[in-house]
Design a protein around this ligand. Sequence first.
Ligand code: TYM
Length: 333
Amino acid sequence: MSETLERKRVLSCIQPSGMLTLGNYLGALKNWVKMQDEFETTFAVADLHAITVRQEPAKLRSQIYSTYALMLALGLDPEKSTMFIQSHVPEHACLAWVLSCNTQFGEMARMTQFKDKSAKHADNINVGLFSYPVLMAADILLYKPDFVPVGADQKQHLEIARDIAIRFNRLYGDVFTVPDAYIPKTGARVMSLQDPEKKMSKSDDNLNSFVAILDDKDTVIRKFKRAITDSEGGIYVSEDKKGVSNLITIYSAVTGKTVPEVEKEFEGKGYGDFKLAVGEAVADELAPIRERYNKIISDKGELERLFRDGAERAERVARKTCFKAMKKVGFVV
Ligand code: TYM
């Protein structure tokens, strides 16, 4: 058997719904890059998901390009990973329909992200927003991955994808692999710098609440200087020091130092020094990514060649699984 066949499979996706953040990077993308040497990896820009909230078309189009370019700049390699844009592979929408008819209303209604997003976008609680996790299950199940590297906020969606796969297999026979979430130990839930009760999010209206991967050094440092801490002093992880704990986690995820090592490093130091150190560590990690990104985004032709090629490769896999599922439910394929 060839080495490729023996390798376990990994799939994940990211929405092109704004500037990718340090949360996306530490919670997911950093792991994607690491995993591509060991696993057979597939990564997509989840543009179909992005329109569950209203998007300005021109802006969305440009964000799809920039998200793909950023994936390359981070070190994802089209020679090692299949990298594509979700809407270029129609099987995602097709399988999502088949799976929708095998998913219960009640299962979707209890999704916390649906509840949060429908509160935030009360004027546009569309059906797509509601059935979003089914599309996500289709994204995953089409490629039969063993692992799905995501941040902690996607855990519930992963569980529903597993439930859908198990139920479908039970009803129709073995079609899907039941995947496991792969959630990092550090950085799985990076919190907002302005409100450490909330996760850091690229769609946050407060630009100081998140660090974008493409922020320049001064901006990164300024945002960390402004990060909310507390009035108590003391640099250690604790339930009632959410702001400081978040900064420690970020520093630990970026430098690879353990939490006790970080606490020791800053023992007796003030918040000013600490925030500056976190800001500098993050800025240093992000600077080479930004440089690579600027080169990559300037060659649209090459980007297009890469994502068209990625879509062809992805579709070869997706088509097989989709046909199999369609055949099982009784369609003439
Ligand atoms: P998205 O686009 O919101 O986020 C992409 C990835 O980044 C992680 N993430 C975070 N991790 C740590 N701290 C944070 N503050 C933080 N914010 C985001 C997310 O967990 C995610 O791994 N529904 C998905 C996209 C998707 C998908 C899929 C993922 C569509 N289809 C199939 C996996 C498999 C989403 O909205 O992620």
